[in-house]
Design a protein around this ligand. Structure first.
Ligand code: GAL
Length: 444
């Protein structure tokens, strides 16, 4: 059944070599924000699951905080495509009104709509995939009003193993989406296989670069084996948040407007981490410029979880127009875990700094300004005003954003910052002259 398709693909691959299909769709200039059904619901989804999540995005204020894509993951499918037209069909029991009707209702709420497929013969949950059906699928998605496609990598019939063949396979959908003329964010999900972060930017608006996340803060699972670029061929699943953060350190330079490292959907609120751990998870995803795609049960969310995922200062860093990921400045290894400092520039010349404690004990750390990538000629002698982005304050706004608590002016360093077990603190450092300008701007 699959034979002719395999032959056709092999022939085309030989002819085409390694194509370059620039995504060039003008989308995702900042990382997409939204919600996806997989992490909480897996295959247990229906129209009502999706629409109640969409309504919750509006009623809880998540929409106002910037979350806009509502994405159905795997398992929306009918048992088979339309036997005559080969168009994809939705499961008539769980999605009786059809996908277009769900998309219309999501749009009516002022949100955008996303769907899932797979660059293989079948999805990971063994529903029909899009390999060989890229054009008809892209066309159908566009007619349904799809704004975002997550495109997975299971059952790829051996069309992987090097950049050329994987990028060729994923480029088929990139091309098909572009041909529809509808703006559709293209989110590649090949888990980093064939070092996709080095080439996916030519094709897609984001690319998964790790095995599947689990709702756990730390710990090594043999199912998530990659620790260095050299030993990594299988990406797996059951990856803890801190392992994905460490892994991302290798690829921070590839993130930028229009194309982002996707650290996987958030687990914040799914119950297996403490609030400090979820703060670390959310902060690092945001500062590493991952799409922030929530994966929790929105209609059962507690206020403290809502508080974490609506921290507008952290979201503003994620959405900063410069689009530069933080990079690791140092890592202090401890008997168990470590303390790490990460820094990155923001468009207005200020610097964001994250101090992360992955150890089970409280730690102290110092931010030395010599370690920060400031545009100031000499960060060591510049005075910076510092804001703690996890201490909420209604004071000092810039473009309507609350930037956390002003903790004062500093030169040279901020010393002896205390971090609880598994806690991350995030600071914004503003060269003093800019602070003055900003206060003036805000007053006008
Ligand atoms: C995995 C993917 C998950 C989820 C799942 C669905 O490959 O990484 O995020 O989409 O498939 O079957």
């Amino acid at each position: 059944m699959f034979g002719p398709l395999v032959l056709a693909y092999s022939a085309a691959q030989l002819l085409l070599g390694s194509p370059v299909v620039a995504v060039e769709n003008g989308l995702a200039r900042t990382p997409p924000l939204g919600w996806n059904s997989w992490n909480w619901f897996a295959c247990d989804i229906s129209e009502e699951t999706i629409l109640s999540a969409a309504r919750a995005i509006v009623s809880t204020g998540l929409k106002d905080a910037g979350y806009e894509y509502v994405i159905i993951d795997d398992c929306w499918h009918a048992p088979a495509r339309d036997p005559i037209t080969k168009e994809p069909l939705a499961n008539p029991v769980t999605f009786p009104s059809g996908i277009k009707s769900v998309a219309d209702k999501v749009h009516d709420l002022g949100l955008k709509f996303g769907i899932y497929s797979d660059a293989g013969s079948e999805t990971c949950a063994r529903r029909f995939g899009s390999l060989g059906y890229e054009q008809i699928d892209a066309k159908t998605y566009a007619s349904w009003g799809v704004d975002y496609l997550k495109y997975d990598n299971c059952n790829n019939e051996g069309f992987s193993g090097n950049e050329s063949i994987s990028s060729w396979r994923f480029s088929q959908m990139a091309k098909a989406l572009n041909e529809t003329g509808r703006p559709i964010v293209y989110a590649m999900c090949n888990w980093g296989e064939d070092h996709s972060w080095t080439w996916a930017g030519k094709l897609a608006n984001s690319w998964r670069m790790s095995g599947d996340i689990s709702d756990m803060f730390t710990g090594y699972s043999k199912d998530c084996p990659c620790t260095s670029l050299l030993n990594c061929t299988t990406f797996g699943h059951h990856c803890s948040a801190t392992r994905i953060i460490d892994w991302t350190a290798y690829m921070v330079n590839y993130a930028g407007p229009g194309g982002w490292n996707d650290l996987d959907m958030l687990e914040v609120g799914n119950g297996n981490m403490t609030n400090d751990e979820y703060v670390t998870h959310f902060s690092m995803w945001a500062l590493l410029k991952s799409p922030l795609i929530l994966g929790n049960y929105l209609t059962k969310m507690t206020p403290d979880i809502l508080d974490i995922i609506t921290n507008d200062a952290i979201i503003a860093v994620n959405q900063d127009p410069l689009g530069a990921s933080i990079k690791r400045s140092w890592k202090r290894l401890l008997e168990e875990g470590d303390v790490q400092m990460w820094t990155g520039p923001l468009a207005d010349g200020s610097t964001v700094v994250a101090l992360m404690n992955t150890s089970p004990d409280p730690q102290t750390a110092t931010i030395s300004f010599k370690d920060i990538p400031s545009k100031s000629p000499n960060p060591e002698t510049t005075t910076f005003r510092a804001f703690d982005l996890w201490q909420r304050s209604s004071e000092l706004t810039r473009s309507g954003t609350r930037w956390g608590l002003d903790i004062g002016l500093f030169q040279g360093q901020i010393s002896d910052i205390t971090l609880k077990r598994h806690q991350t603190k995030v600071f914004m450092l503003v060269p003093q002259v800019r602070t003055t300008l900003r206060i003036q701007e805000d007053a006008e």
